[in-house]
Design a protein around this ligand. Sequence first.
Ligand code: NDP
Length: 253
Amino acid sequence: KYSQPDRRPAVVTGASSGIGAATALALAAAGHPVALGARRTDKCEDVATAIRDAGGEASVHALDVTDGESVTAFAKAVTADLGDVEVVISNAGAVGPGTIHEVETERFARELDLNISGAHRLVRAFVPGMVERRRGDVVFVSSDVAVRARPFMSSYAAGKWGLEGMAHAMQMELEGTGVRASIVRPGPTWSEMGTDWDVDEAAFVLNQWVRFGHARHPHFLKPTAIADAITTVVSAPRGVHLNLIEVSPEAPL
Ligand code: NDP
C-alpha cells in the first residue's frame, strides 16, 4: 500500500484497544517503529506481539495521560527505546453517560482532564523536541460529538469541542515550524468505548437518542477505518497539511 516505508518513530496513546490498537498496527504496517501507551500494558503487549509477528517494531510502556509524571516517564522511556519521536497520535479518551445536572462537578472535571489536558500533557512532552528538530506530526483523535453534541454525554461533548479548539490554536502557532497538528474526527466506531457503562444507564441513553432522532443512522465504523485516516494524515507529503478529516459510516446500500 505504501510505496516507501516511513521509518519515523511514532507514539500511540490508548493503544490497548479499539482505534488506538488499530492505529498502532496500521502505522507499523506503514514502516513506523511504534510505541504503545495505555494503562493496560498487557493488552498493549498483545498488539505489540501482532506487530512484531508481522515484521514490525513495537515497544510498550505504561501510560496514564491524566498523570503528568506518568506522561514524562513515558516520553523518556519511548525516546530511549525508539529515538526522537516524530509522530504522536493522541487517542486516549473515554466517555461517561449522564444528565448534565446530575453529573458531579468532580466527574465532569475528571473527564475534561482526560479528554483535553491528557492531550496537552502529551504535547508538552513531545512537541518542544519536534519544533527544535523542525519536523513532526501530531494527530488528535476527536469525535463527531465535538460538533454535533449528543445528549447525556455533555462532558464528552465539551471535552472534544475543547480538544478541537486547542488543536486549531496549535495549528496556527506551529505554522512555519515544520510540525503539523491535525484532527481526525471519527463517527460511531465499534470499540470498547461505553462497555463500562451501567447497562440500565446505557439503555436509557440509547433509548433517548432514538426517541429524539439522534440515532437515526446507527451504523458503526470499524477501528481500521479511523486508523487508515490517521495513517493518511501522517503520510501526507511535505508541503501538504491534512488538518481535519471527519470519518463517517456510509449507510448500507
Ligand atoms: P476504547 O475504549 O476501545 O479505547 C480507549 C483507549 O483509551 C483505551 O486504550 C484506554 O486504555 C485508553 N485510555 C483511557 N483512559 C486513559 C488514560 N487515563 N491514560 C491512558 N490511556 C487511557 O475506545 P475507542 O477506541 O473508541 O476510543 C479511542 C478514541 O476515539 C477516544 O479518544 C474516543 O473519544 C474517540 N472516539 C471514539 C468513537 C467511538 O464511537 N468509539 C467515536 C469518536 C471518537 P487503558 O484503559 O488500557 O488505559
